[in-house]
Write a protein that binds this ligand. Structure first.
Ligand SMILES: CCCCCCCCCCCCC[C@H](O)CC(=O)SCCNC(=O)CCNC(=O)[C@H](O)C(C)(C)COP(=O)(O)OP(=O)(O)OC[C@H]1O[C@@H](n2cnc3c(N)ncnc32)[C@H](O)[C@@H]1OP(=O)(O)O
Length: 256
């Protein structure tokens, strides 16, 4: 694997996004490699749960790789790839836990929200800053954030690109625990082990019933998000948003 590493500790498998030089930004290669591991582990009875985390201490995942925006097709391709992977993680037949070791932004927070449970290290931050780039969260964030924190807080976060501290995220219910960095891995593993000690059928059905029930109208919302994104990814503002980030300057949006 070029961009991720994996490890197994008993029945708990861990996938680590390993591009610390770009704050673990998600390229098509990362998405493909995560999908391949999920394929292998889905039918492996020795793997009972999956933990996602990031390499290094600065970032869990900084979002989609903004440099991979050469053109609409590539960007849209990355979007479709990411959307399919996150929908898959949400419906994965084994418990999934995001261990936020560092900042989780955009598609990185969307990855974490596709997991069943999120735990964060003290000092981590998280948000959906896509509007700063001239676009919207396009990998489920508009729907999953709303279901986790409520419409009012989700609208404020997405329209202002506000970044939450770990404490705020816990108060919002976006993460279930904030622990010292040195305890993060053990906390995620212990949570997974506790779940795996329960009735396997109850766990498998419970995860699906709770999430599908809560998300009954999520499919419509995801369709609306993707329609909006399709529009936004053809705009000059999208190109300006990416160019401004890479040039480390404020974007000058034209509104078209
Ligand atoms: C118009 C843009 C559209 C974006 C992507 C489109 C893809 C197709 C759609 C996919 C589906 C939607 C997915 C999702 O909804 C959309 C996104 O995820 S968009 C990206 C959202 N994320 C961000 O905007 C975060 C950007 N990064 C930061 O704010 C900061 O880097 C940080 C994460 C807060 C960390 O800050 P620092 O620790 O100070 O580190 P630096 O800023 O100095 O960065 C170090 C180094 O890493 C590079 N880098 C960081 N983030 C990204 C990234 N997301 N993509 C590519 N590269 C990234 C940064 O440029 C630095 O590089 P260097 O200057 O050292 O060469």
């Amino acid at each position: 694997m070029e961009t991720i590493t994996t490890s197994l500790d008993g029945a708990v498998g861990t996938i680590t996004v390993n591009r610390p030089e770009v704050r673990n930004a998600l390229s098509k290669t990362v998405l493909g490699e995560i999908g391949a591991v999920l394929d292998a582990w889905e039918d492996d009875a020795s793997v009972g749960a999956v933990v996602f985390t990031g390499a290094g201490e600065k970032a869990f995942v900084a979002g989609a790789d903004i440099t991979q925006l050469a053109g609409y097709d590539l960007a849209y391709g990355l979007a479709a790839h990411m959307q399919k992977l996150y929908d898959r993680i949400e419906d994965y037949p084994k418990p999934t836990i995001a261990a936020l070791n560092g900042v989780a932004m955009g598609g990185g927070l969307e990855l974490a929200m596709s997991c069943d449970i999120r735990v964060a290290a003290v000092g981590t931050k998280m948000g959906l800053p896509e509007a700063t780039l001239g676009v919207l969260p396009g990998a489920g964030g508009t729907q999953r954030l709303t279901r986790l924190v409520g419409t009012g807080r989700a609208v404020e976060m997405i329209l202002t690109s506000r970044v939450l501290t770990a404490g705020e995220a816990e108060r919002y219910g976006l993460v279930t625990a904030v622990v010292p960095r040195e305890d993060l891995g053990a906390t995620a593993a212990a949570t997974a082990a506790t779940i795996l000690s329960k009735g396997p059928l109850a766990v498998r059905l419970g995860k699906l019933v709770i999430r599908q029930g809560a998300d009954a109208d999520q499919k419509t919302g995801l369709l609306l998000e993707r329609l909006a994104q399709t529009l936004l990814y053809t705009t000059e503002d999208k190109a300006e948003g990416a160019a401004a980030f890479l040039a480390k300057r404020p974007a000058e949006f034209a509104g078209r």
